[in-house]
Design a protein around this ligand. Structure first.
Ligand code: GLV
Ligand code: GLV
Length: 324
């Protein structure tokens, strides 16, 4: 019989048509994620799952999914999946790196510029009918050129942001577990420790995966150490930031502003202070959302799933030790 595959949402492009030719496919039709009991019920029957970052794949699910042989996440991040638990059950986990790097870096830069030059505030100002005249003091922002950008994490996306920052005349610092002397020479990046990154950066942009080492990487002590008026951009995961500390740093004015594509939780509750604070630019987790890239992510997720179902190593596998 063809393998049974559950897909937790409709995906853009034609990747699922390709999958339908080789698997008995069930696609969750709603705009919102399947409720937990639905996901568990589907997993019970499934040989393969295509999941999004909104779907939790944990030991509880795996213990109820006796046929499961493949999990494929339509994201580069995989913090929604207990990869160790999958590995223990010899289930390969796929993700979608590479295809979204430049698209995500573009959006991180859009947030950086939008926050620095107050683009959303300017738009709201004009629409509200407040625009009376050219005003020398109206909506003054922060220059990118000549400013220092601190990158937290120098994986593929961090590097792509660094390239853009150099093109805009910024000085770029980074913290990373791994030194990248090749990139320091090629792009003029400077590796620093956390303390220097916090005290010297005019902008800080986060590009680390969420794990136990990066959860609340920015907390109260870190915000206090940042330059007064510094600006924060987050396109990684909301939990990399202690959001209560972020709110306080914004409310006190010590932090100059924040541009957030990711929050904790998602979506942000409508009573969140982040929706009322000035100098906060918000987006609904769309950094990889270009037509081309979302199509490629879906296609890569299908390739990863099919490989795992056929016992081959997925082209992009988070637990490749299964195939060692
Ligand atoms: C999106 O956040 C992703 O991890 O791809
Ligand atoms: C602004 O529009 C200027 O001409 O300086």
């Amino acid at each position: 019989r063809p393998p049974r595959v559950f897909v937790t949402r409709r995906l853009p492009g034609d990747a699922l048509d390709r999958l339908a030719a080789r698997a008995a496919l069930r696609v969750w039709p709603d705009a919102l994620p399947p409720p937990r009991d639905t996901l568990l019920a589907e997993a019970r029957e499934a040989d393969g799952l295509i999941t999004l970052l909104t779907d939790r794949v944990d030991e509880d699910l795996l213990a109820q999914a006796p046929h499961l042989r493949a999990v494929s996440n339509v994201a580069v991040g995989h913090d929604n999946i207990d990869v160790a638990a999958c590995t223990a059950r010899r289930i390969p986990v796929g993700n979608t790196p590479g295809v979204l790097t430049e698209t995500t870096a573009d959006f991180a830069f859009a947030l950086l510029m939008g926050l620095a030059r107050r683009v959303a505030e300017a738009d709201a100002y004009v629409r509200a009918g407040h625009w009376r005249t050219w005003d020398p003091s109206l909506l003054l922002g922060t220059d990118l050129h000549g400013a220092t950008l601190g990158l937290v994490g120098l994986g593929a996306i961090g590097v792509a942001v660094a390239r853009r920052a150099r093109g805009f005349g910024m000085r770029v610092l980074y913290v990373s577990r791994r030194a990248r002397p090749d990139l320091e020479a090629a792009l003029g990046l400077v590796r620093v420790d956390k303390g220097r990154l916090l005290t010297e950066s005019d902008f800080i942009s986060l590009h680390v995966p969420l794990n136990e080492g990066t959860r609340h990487w920015l907390g109260r002590a870190e915000f206090a150490a940042m330059k007064p008026g510094a600006l924060l951009v987050n396109t990684s995961r909301g939990q990399v930031v202690d959001q209560a500390a972020l709110v306080d740093a914004l409310a006190s004015g010590h932090l100059g502003g924040a541009a957030l594509d990711v929050t904790d939780p998602e979506p942000l509750p409508l009573d969140s202070p982040l929706l009322r604070l000035p100098r906060v630019l918000l987006a609904p987790h769309i950094a990889s959302a270009s037509h081309t890239t979302r199509g490629r992510m879906a296609s890569m997720a299908v390739d990863n799933l099919l490989a795992a179902l056929e016992g081959r190593r997925p082209p992009h596998c988070v637990n490749p030790e299964l195939f060692a």
